[in-house]
Each structure stands twice: as structure tokens, then as C-alpha cells.
Design a protein around this ligand. Structure first.
Ligand SMILES: [Zn+2]
Length: 290
């Protein structure tokens, strides 16, 4: 089962989240049939969303939109505070690798654009924030968002590794934040460790990447694990929800669907589940409309 571990340095001046999101991204790939670059771009967005949602409480929902002007189109993801995330990418077919190394490319094909977060506290007044894409690699874009928009200096590393058949092998990452009261000495030590850290891909490739990430972040410094929270890809769509959407359509549209199309099929963008409404279902909806 995927998990997110929250931790804090014993000094209380640094906190870190480390994530195993492997199953989350595997299921996203299965549901959306994404090719290599699209899998990695969508997976990284889901991980970024899991990090941001872990900062929230209660019934809040966090939406992340990565909107570039190149190959991928929009990447949209939504997470609740229980670790349930869902998401999709407009272009599922991007498949670009470096010839020499086979490294899957993301940033160069994201283009220019924005990293948008929407935090809905369930009170009907969502908070929206937009920062420009820095590299389109998503981890750096999230770090920039946290540092600029939330005013918390942050380092982020996240990635998705694929096997030789382009199936998800491992996915995860970390977020490290400086808290108020950190001494200059302490900041310098952490900065040095982050700069000298092995690449996120090699850390994810370790036998236990959660431990490898924690060791790379804290080095010899004492820290405490504060919480371990489950993560999963999970869509909250239902037939009921799409029925409620259908009933908001003009009556004539529903009549046309029934008499001309003899039914309606609706696909959930987030998880690909198809819901079919036959002529009788539509007749009931038409009769329920005033
Ligand atoms: Zn769904």
C-alpha cells in the first residue's frame, strides 16, 4: 500500500514528507493507457497533489492543474485529505526518450504555462493560486509554488521510474521545508545535503526508497516520524453524480438523446469508468424535469 510519512527534525526547524506512490501511478497508467512521457508527467502531478493535500485537514480538496502549451495539454488532478487522488492528462500518447540513455523526457515537452492550485475548504470559497512553470518537470514547479506562493522555502524531488516495457516500476518523492526559527548553520547543513543528494531516480531505485529518502534528507541529524498516512488512486465518481449532471441539461437535449441517440454514454475523465443511460433512464429524467 502506498504511503506518505511526515517527519520533523529533532530541532523542530525542518520538516519532510516522503512518499511511496507506486500503486497510485500504476493504477493511473492502467486506467488511462498512457505512454511513457505521459505516464511520468501524470504520475508526477499526482505525487505533487498528494504532497499538497497532506498539508490540509478535514473535508478540504486540493486540485492541481499543470497547464503547458506544448505536447501534454492539461494535466488535472484532485485529492482529498485522506490520500485519495484522481487525475488525467489530455494527451495520453506522448512517448519521447533520449536516444542515448532511454531517459523519458517531460519538461521540454511541457512548454510554457502555469502551475495552478485550488484549495477548496468546503466552505464555498476556494483559494486559487497560480505560479509560472519553471521547468515543466513538475517537482521544481511545485517547489517554486511552495516557496513563492506559500512563502515556505521548500525543496522537492519526485519522479516515476518505468521498466523496460514502459510500465510503472516505482513512483514517489519528497518535500523538505524550512520552518521558522531554523539557524543559519542548520540551513547551510541541509542545503549542502540536498545539493549533494544522489539523484531522485537513484534514490527511488533503492531497495527501500522511503528509508533512502529519509537518510538522504536528514543524514546523521536526529528526526522523528510524526505520522504515516495511506495513499491511493481513487475516483469518487458515481452513476448518481452523472445523473445529477444530466438532469441540469435542457429538456430538449434529453429528448434528443432519447429519440435520436437512443441513450447516452458518459465517461468519467478522471478514471475512465463508463456510465450508460438507456432510453428508459432518459425518459425518467425527462419526466422528472419540470
Ligand atoms: Zn471516475
Amino acid at each position: 500500500m502506498d504511503k506518505l510519512i511526515k517527519s520533523i527534525s529533532e530541532s523542530g526547524s525542518f520538516r519532510a514528507f516522503v512518499l511511496d506512490s507506486t500503486e497510485t501511478v500504476k493504477i493511473a497508467q492502467e486506467k488511462h493507457h498512457t505512454l511513457s512521457s505521459s505516464t511520468v508527467a501524470l504520475g508526477r502531478t499526482l505525487i505533487a497533489n498528494q504532497i499538497l493535500a497532506a498539508n490540509q485537514k478535514g473535508d478540504s480538496k486540493v486540485t492541481v492543474k499543470v497547464i503547458g502549451d506544448s505536447s501534454f495539454g492539461h494535466i488535472i488532478s484532485v485529492s482529498d485529505t485522506k490520500g485519495h487522488v484522481k487525475g488525467y492528462i489530455q494527451n495520453t500518447g506522448v512517448d519521447i526518450k533520449k536516444t542515448a540513455t532511454g531517459e523519458v523526457l517531460v519538461g521540454p515537452f511541457m512548454g510554457n504555462g502555469h502551475f495552478v492550485t485550488i484549495i477548496d475548504y468546503g466552505t464555498g470559497n476556494p483559494y486559487t493560486s497560480t505560479t509560472p512553470l519553471i521547468s515543466g518537470e513538475i517537482g521544481e514547479d511545485l517547489a517554486y509554488y511552495l516557496t513563492e506562493s506559500e512563502q515556505t522555502p521548500s525543496a522537492v524531488g519526485l519522479n516515476v521510474l518505468l521498466d523496460e516495457k514502459d510500465q510503472v516500476k516505482v513512483a514517489g518523492g519528497f518535500m523538505l521545508q524550512v520552518l521558522p526559527g531554523a539557524s543559519d548553520n542548520e540551513i547551510a547543513r541541509y542545503e549542502k545535503r540536498i545539493q549533494e543528494m544522489p539523484s531522485i531516480s537513484s534514490l527511488l531505485d533503492s531497495e527501500n526508497h522511503i528509508d533512502a529518502l529519509l537518510a538522504a534528507i536528514y543524514g546523521d541529524e536526529p528526526y522523528k516520524k510524526l505520522a504515516e498516512e495511506p495513499l491511493s488512486f481513487s475516483c469518487d465518481c458515481s452513476r448518481q453524480r452523472f445523473e445529477s449532471a444530466l438532469i441540469t441539461l435542457p429538456k430538449q437535449d434529453l429528448i434528443d438523446m432519447k429519440t435520436e441517440d437512443h441513450g447516452a454514454e458518459i465517461t468519467c475523465q478522471f478514471c475512465g469508468t463508463k456510465y450508460y443511460f438507456n432510453e428508459n433512464d432518459l425518459e425518467t429524467l425527462i419526466n422528472n424535469k419540470v
